[in-house]
Design a protein around this ligand. Sequence first.
Ligand SMILES: Cc1ncc(COP(=O)(O)O)c(C=O)c1O
Length: 411
Amino acid sequence: MQLDLNFIRSQFPIFQTDLGQKIGFFDNAGGSFPAMQVVDRLTDFYKNYKIQPYGPNALGTKAGEAMDLGRYTMAKLLNVSVDEMTIGASATQNINTLAAACNLIVTKGTEVIVTEQDHEANIGGWERLCKQQDATLKFWKVNPQTGELHLEDLEKILSPQTKVLCVTHSSNIIGTINPINKIAELISPMGIRLVVDGVSFAPHEFPNLDNLKCDAYVFSTYKTYGTHQGVMVVRPDFLEELEPQCHFFNTSTLYKRLDTAGPNHASIAALAGIGDYFEAAYNHHFSEKDIPLHEKTRKVSHLMNSHENKLCSYLLENINELPLRIFGKKTMEGREANISMKANNVSSNSIMEGLAKIDIASKHGHFYAYRLMQAMKVDDLNDGILRLSFSHYNSMEEVERCVDGLRKLIV
Ligand SMILES: Cc1ncc(COP(=O)(O)O)c(C=O)c1O
């Protein structure tokens, strides 16, 4: 079965606009379009009950119910309990809060491991924590040619002092999907906590956390067709070990413990729209009714994923001969649909501008994966690499147009 692209595009308001129809949008890793169901729920909240929720009045009750539905729907999508979930401003903010809360386990003389492959969101907060606690920050280094992480290199740096290991589920530059469960098998017996950055992975395959053996998982809902927020799941036994970062009188409410800012009511309510969107996509493609939302989402995610892989394979096959370096694997096996490249003779900026002239949106730079760029010896980090990041709503016509453009621009 294939993804019905006409149906999918009918679910996104952007494709009902002239500009949305014209532009082939390949900067999805920066933020995806929101689904209609999300926009509708957000608008409904703002129009009809945008007040302090849970108040003892009909409006407060409605607002509270809408927020609860947003929270519960997200928990159902991820297949976790609602108590384990923190919803914050962004993935970066959530990870920074988590790192600060680890001050009781990351103490003087202990170690935290981060990777060179990660976005700075999953490095900087840990570096600051280590400095503050007089602990050691160790880097799990990548292979400088490929940017890949290898388990043998991790084994060499693990020690009895290691308390936390932070790694990305997939790279926002080279696209490689890391073997999270294998990493967990290696480190869990040593009592090391595993923190996974799923921001780059989640838009391509909505995470089902019963399949992943990690202690904390973080991603951004503005990259998964939702509102601009970050969701963080922290398993209860880990959460219990952390220093609460909330008001002291809220510490008995598990999901508030790592909530530093107070929630964005309307945006949380609108998260229910992501569930509506997956439900609608499921009902359009499948007939079996009585299965949980996370299973429906998994089936839809597989369709999305194979559609993206088809488009990306076409891109990879057709730019292979051009004078450029392609980062990451040359086929879609074990990678997600983010393709990064650096041309030998043309700047990434001028390729981006050239593509924009034929209505192809791309982006260049270091994408905050600064350490990875340095490790892979990418020169001029301001120009950086050109990245084409796909979503399931992209079409083959857009990819063909993009390939034609790249052939003319990269000489
Ligand atoms: C892999 C990865 N991690 C973390 C982030 C930061 O996410 P947020 O903007 O929600 O803080 C990004 C953003 O692009 C990312 O690509």
